[in-house]
Design a protein around this ligand. Structure first.
Ligand SMILES: [Cu+2]
Length: 123
């Protein structure tokens, strides 16, 4: 299971594997995509699912271990990041332009802001 939240792209396969020596359960309850719920016995083949619509903060939880949860974002492009422990993040490969960036937090919700990507001009 993801470690808190990551990003995936619409239409790309998400691979979920159990590398622990114990049973887990993957229970995803998206609003705009198809939900799924299955057990994962150790040493069984990974399971893949595809999200076909964008949706940020998809709630995942493990029905065996209540502390295990994640909220990955499903987006239509490859430009996303998860903040580090110090709150910083980096999105590589973004062409220079002005963008709307959306920040999402599982308790605070989302906020949008305009930002500019690219090199700063020297004065
Ligand atoms: Cu678990």
């Amino acid at each position: 299971m993801c470690d808190g939240g990551r990003g995936v792209q619409v239409g790309r396969a998400v691979r979920m594997a159990n590398s622990d020596p114990t049973l887990h359960n993957v229970n995803a309850n998206p609003k705009d995509n198809r939900p799924f719920n299955f057990g994962q016995v150790p040493k069984t083949p990974a399971v893949t699912r595809v999200f076909d619509k964008p949706e940020v903060g998809v709630p995942f939880r493990c029905g065996v271990h209540s502390w295990m949860n994640a909220h990955p974002g499903v987006v239509e492009h490859p430009f996303f990041a998860v903040t580090k422990a110090d709150g910083t993040f980096e999105i590589k490969g973004l062409p220079a332009s002005t963008y709307t960036i959306e920040l999402w937090h599982e308790q605070l919700g989302s906020r949008r802001s305009r930002c500019r990507s690219g090199r700063r001009r020297r004065k």
